[in-house]
Design a protein around this ligand. Structure first.
Ligand code: HEC
Ligand code: HEC
Ligand code: HEC
Ligand code: HEC
Ligand code: HEC
Ligand code: HEC
Ligand code: HEC
Ligand code: HEC
Ligand code: HEC
Length: 443
């Protein structure tokens, strides 16, 4: 394999033969560089194209819309920044300015690679650990191997021309570093990248899979957290489906991916009677109640025996599950009611100018219990919820009593105030009468 990189070795300075001071200077210099990069917003700077490369010079100068765009897009490409040029992917002779001599199959020129051949083309470097580690000691080299396990990779090998290959997700001639905010794989850009195919019903015609996945995902709490709150820990398509493989690392099936982030909830679910029951019915643990793409914000109304509750989808009134669902909902309602009642009176007292900050602080004991119930619901155990609820209701009622006392104090103060006002008014009236009497006597 001939890898004709301009810079075959690592461009990073190595510190091992420097003195301590030199080492620190280098670290400092790199910190400055990294700082500057972060300051630039994670955006890669356009590189200067090298002079004297016949591929670049001719393709750029020729002004032919079929062949000029690659050279024009290339200044943004990570490969250029690493010294990798046209001939490293396409072959040919970059020192020969005659098209026949330059784009010569005898010089390894392959032309435009076929759709089917793209993974191998990228893999000639990206699957070569010894080569890649020279540039980046921590970069993964399993992309092609993983890709071949995915539906995309399997179908490509069967001759499907429409599935995603490396360049469908990374672009071509404008391949950006993963950290670059302009990269097609940057978290907030992924929806658009996958959506180019999976959101296009016409393109996906003939495949037996849903094409509303993108629209649905855009309605989810996850998309909202990612785009509105800028929470990059919320999952987008590739986080659940894997970057390259059939599933993300450490997950046996995509349907089990939720627990990688919502681990407490998943632990509770695994202790619950549903664990075995769902497995026996072939149902996925989380998506059965929450769905996969349009995961919305859940609330207490999902539990219980009303029409909106998910429980009644499976439990009929005669079952133990139904009775227990009703019991869980009753405990939740009691706790929520008690917290609202206490918070209400403390708010009123505060607005009236009473000092209730300590009681408001202590009420957190009850709101915390309420928060805990939301995950604990996944034990589907009425006793566990009852215990949390009792604990929270007790705190809430105590704080409610403090609120009542504050309002009583307020009423007492008001009464005192009116009495004083009355006494003052009577005194003033007396004074006025006295003054009039004196005036009359003088007159
Ligand atoms: C003197 C101008 C010139 C030089 C030098 C040149 N090319 Fe081209 N290249 C062209 C033109 C014109 C076309 C389109 C006409 C054609 O298909 O032959 C083309 C086509 C291509 C294609 C598309 C071929 C296809 O199968 O569709 C690739 C890829 C390519 N060049 C890469 C290179 C690389 C890599 C080099 C350097 C090793 C190079 N070119 C050097 C002018 C040039
Ligand atoms: C990292 C590998 C890589 C590098 C570097 C690269 N190319 Fe390409 N190039 C590809 C791949 C892959 C395709 C096929 C794109 C497709 O199927 O749409 C391609 C396609 C092309 C085409 C055909 C475009 C078309 O739409 O028919 C031309 C022309 C071309 N490259 C020229 C260049 C030139 C000039 C350079 C250097 C400035 C260059 N390439 C650098 C991978 C590369
Ligand atoms: C279906 C979309 C998709 C396809 C197809 C795809 N990638 Fe990726 N690739 C991604 C995503 C998403 C990331 C990770 C982005 C992140 O970590 O934020 C990634 C990351 C990478 C990285 C950075 C190192 C790493 O593994 O995290 C390399 C290198 C890479 N891909 C190369 C390839 C190659 C080579 C192919 C073809 C065999 C390929 N990709 C196919 C979406 C894709
Ligand atoms: C000639 C060798 C070579 C070929 C061929 C090649 N790459 Fe790369 N690629 C590299 C090197 C070297 C890097 C820089 C790695 C680093 O320093 O992190 C890189 C970086 C990348 C990155 C950014 C990784 C990151 O961690 O930010 C992506 C994505 C990528 N390549 C995708 C591709 C795709 C897609 C193809 C095929 C169209 C391809 N590469 C072909 C050598 C190659
Ligand atoms: C170039 C178009 C294209 C792009 C881009 C693309 N896909 Fe696909 N994808 C397909 C096609 C076509 C299939 C094959 C459907 C089939 O045969 O069932 C497929 C299959 C899948 C499947 C398997 C569905 C099933 O159950 O059979 C998943 C999951 C998937 N893609 C996820 C993604 C994700 C996630 C992304 C973005 C990171 C993505 N795809 C990007 C075209 C694309
Ligand atoms: C929170 C995790 C999650 C996210 C985010 C996610 N998916 Fe899915 N997706 C799933 C699960 C779970 C399934 C069901 C897979 C199964 O049962 O094996 C699925 C199924 C699919 C399927 C197959 C649909 C079918 O009809 O068979 C496609 C295609 C797909 N997802 C694409 C996407 C795309 C594109 C995105 C981004 C817009 C995305 N997914 C975001 C978890 C997710
Ligand atoms: C990569 C981590 C990750 C994965 C995987 C993931 N989530 Fe989430 N999930 C989050 C984040 C982050 C939030 C947003 C928390 C917030 O802002 O309130 C969230 C929010 C939620 C919420 C709303 C929580 C609330 O308090 O309103 C539900 C329900 C949810 N996810 C269910 C799921 C399901 C079901 C799956 C699997 C199909 C899943 N999640 C996969 C990270 C993840
Ligand atoms: C039988 C139905 C059901 C199943 C199965 C289920 N959930 Fe829930 N989930 C609910 C209900 C009901 C709520 C709302 C509880 C509330 O607000 O009172 C909820 C709330 C949530 C919340 C928001 C509360 C919190 O803890 O932040 C998340 C996140 C969540 N579920 C994730 C999951 C995950 C992950 C799984 C799989 C391990 C799962 N759920 C399985 C019914 C279910
Ligand atoms: C997808 C169907 C399904 C949904 C939705 C569902 N369950 Fe179940 N549940 C089952 C099955 C199956 C069993 C085991 C057989 C049985 O006991 O009925 C079970 C068992 C239970 C049990 C144990 C019953 C016992 O014997 O002690 C409880 C409690 C329970 N579910 C509560 C709930 C609650 C609360 C909800 C709503 C948040 C709910 N379930 C939603 C299917 C479901």
């Amino acid at each position: 394999m001939a890898l004709r990189s301009r810079r075959g070795t690592s461009p990073l300075p190595t510190a091992h033969h420097g003195t301590d001071l030199l080492g620190r200077c280098i670290v400092f210099a790199w910190a400055l560089v990294v700082g500057a990069l972060l300051f630039a917003g994670g955006r890669a700077e356009a590189q200067k194209l090298p002079e004297g490369n016949s591929c670049i010079d001719c393709h750029r100068g020729i002004g032919d819309p079929r062949v000029t765009p690659p050279a024009e897009k290339f200044p943004q490409d990570i490969h250029l920044a690493k010294g990798i040029l046209c001939q490293d992917c396409h072959g040919g002779d970059p020192r020969n300015f005659d098209p026949k001599g330059s784009m010569n199959p005898a010089k390894g020129f392959i032309g435009k690679p076929k759709h089917q051949a793209i993974p191998q083309l990228c893999g000639k470097c990206h699957s070569n650990a010894a080569y890649m580690k020279k540039f980046n000691p921590t970069i993964r080299v399993d992309q092609v191997q993983e890709y071949l396990t995915s539906v995309h990779g399997r179908k490509l090998r069967e001759g499907d021309q429409k599935v995603a290959t490396c360049i469908s997700c990374h672009d071509v001639h404008n391949i950006r570093a993963i950290k670059d905010q302009q990269a097609w794989t940057y978290p907030v850009k992924v929806v658009e990248t996958c959506g180019r195919c999976h959101g296009d019903a016409k393109y996906m015609e003939g495949y037996k899979i849903a094409t509303d996945v993108v629209d649905k995902y855009k309605k989810s709490v996850h998309y909202e957290a990612l785009t509105k709150k800028g929470d990059l820990s919320a999952p987008t398509c590739n986080v659940c489906h894997g970057n390259h493989g059939a599933t993300p690392p450490g997950v046996d099936s995509v349907a089990n991916v939720c627990g990688t982030c919502h681990s407490l909830t998943a632990d509770f679910f695994n202790q619950s009677p549903h664990k075995k029951a769902f497995a026996a019915m072939g149902l996925a643990p989380c998506v059965t109640c929450h769905s996969n793409h349009d995961v919305t914000k859940p609330s207490d109304t999902l539990v219980g025996t009303d029409q909106q509750a998910v429980c009644v989808n499976c439990h009929d009134p005669a079952s133990a599950g139904y009775q227990k669902a009703a019991a869980i909902r009753t405990s939740l309602d009691e706790l929520r009611g008690a917290v609202q009642r206490a918070a209400g009176i403390l708010d009123r007292a505060e607005h009236a100018g009473m000092e209730v900050s300590q009681a408001k602080f202590e009420l957190r004991g009850a709101t915390d219990a309420l928060l805990k119930t939301r995950a604990t619901v996944h034990r589907f155990d009425p006793v566990a919820i009852r215990n949390l609820s009792d604990e929270g209701v007790q705190v809430a009622n105590k704080m409610y009593d403090k609120g009542v006392k504050a309002m009583d104090d307020l009423r007492f103060r008001h009464r005192g105030l009116w009495i004083s006002v009355g006494i003052i008014l009577v005194a003033i009236a007396g004074l006025v009468l006295k003054i009039r009497e004196i005036d009359r006597r003088r007159g």
